[in-house]
Design a protein around this ligand. Structure first.
Ligand SMILES: [Zn+2]
Length: 363
């Protein structure tokens, strides 16, 4: 995968003025998009040269917390993603929520849980995950200096990110995937406290899910960034609870505004999936690499696999992960979990990888 940062400092300065108002449509060009071209020549990602466009496969992983238990395991040489390596390898792009700051500096903020991972985790993370969302309630745990150190580290590692940035305009900038001729805009927003992690006009942080700004960003992703598909990745909801009315209403607003699929996380459990106007909403995919949870729903997460073409979703499924006491996920291939196809707006319980609608999607 090749990555190119196409923003110029001039365009950042220009959009800062309008940051709070979110009027992207009046102020910029495609230069603000963070673009990734996927030129993978092996596996499912390889495009047939000169041939017709084929479907592509995206994978979303939930909360990836690489401090504490997983951090200690990784320091001993454990690759927490190992059991899912083949699934990641078979996708065109793997996207995860980085639920910690990766840095050496900074000071812990006064809050119940703070997570800072050693930069040595980066090569292992990058081996499997191609893009990370920073829009969550932990990337700010060690303050602005650690957050900025993390941005530098991610850029040095060539691991693109979205949902966070050097200022609010940067944080709200979509990451554009270009795969098999399809442009996909990834947007990330957090709405779980503390809001002090929110980026401002001239300070770093995460993108906060202000409704009208999210709506403007989705529209701008289509009109300015020329995205064929727009996928917002939300960090939201009430911990350990079913999807809230706020999630349901906001997901529908995003789809009414032009989002093709809405993916959520944070509540430490998986939540309902539903269709709205033919568009898929997955309210929470749960944890993926995370320790500190007792045996039960907090140790179960889903990899969400989306088979897409330029028109949108073709088919999807979820792969069940069960986290052990160290927060390392293990593949639960025989456990049924939600899946479906765009042609049929019902959600089925099937065994992913075995009898899912994506089983035939092999190259
Ligand atoms: Zn969270």
């Amino acid at each position: 995968m090749k990555t190119s940062q196409q923003r110029s400092m001039a365009s950042i300065g220009a959009i800062l003025i309008f940051c709070a108002a979110a009027f992207w449509s009046s102020i910029g060009s495609d230069t603000r998009s963070r673009a990734t071209e996927n030129n993978r020549q092996n596996g499912a990602g390889a495009a047939a040269p000169g041939g017709p466009q084929s479907d592509l496969l995206l994978v979303f992983a939930g909360d990836i917390m690489l401090a504490d238990g997983p951090g200690k395991a990784m320091a001993k040489g454990v690759d927490p993603f190992a059991e899912f390596a083949e699934i990641f390898k078979g996708a065109d792009c793997n996207i995860g929520n980085l639920e910690c700051v990766i840095a050496t500096g900074g000071s812990p903020i006064k809050k119940p849980w703070v997570f800072r991972a050693d930069p040595k985790v980066l090569p292992v993370l990058t081996r499997h995950i191609n893009v990370v969302s920073l829009a969550n309630n932990h990337t700010g745990d060690f303050g602005h200096s650690a957050f900025l150190e993390q941005l530098d580290l991610l850029e040095k590692q060539k691991l693109p990110y979205f949902g966070g940035g050097r200022n609010c305009a940067h944080a709200r900038t979509p990451h554009i995937l270009e795969i098999k001729g399809v442009r996909i805009a990834l947007l990330g927003y957090n709405e779980f406290k503390p809001r002090i992690f929110e980026a401002g006009p001239n300070w770093p942080g995460t993108a906060w899910s202000v409704d009208e700004q999210v709506v403007a960003d989705i529209q701008a992703a289509r009109t300015i960034s020329k995205a064929d598909l727009v996928i917002p990745f939300l960090h939201w909801g009430s911990e350990y609870d079913p999807a809230t009315d706020r999630q349901k209403q906001f997901a529908r607003l995003m789809i009414d505004s032009g989002a093709d699929i809405v993916v959520g996380g944070h509540p430490h459990v998986t939540q309902a999936t539903e269709y709205y106007k033919g568009k898929l909403i997955v309210h929470s995919i749960g944890n993926f690499v995370f320790d500190g949870f007792e045996e039960g729903p907090g140790r179960i997460g889903w990899l969400l696999r989306l088979r897409l073409n330029k028109q949108g979703l073709v088919a999807w499924d979820t792969v069940v992960a069960h986290m052990d006491g160290e927060g390392i996920p293990h593949l639960m291939q025989e456990t049924p979990s939600p899946s479906g196809t765009a042609a049929n707006e019902t959600v089925d319980d099937r065994r992913a990888l075995v009898d899912s609608p994506l089983t035939s999607f092999r190259k």
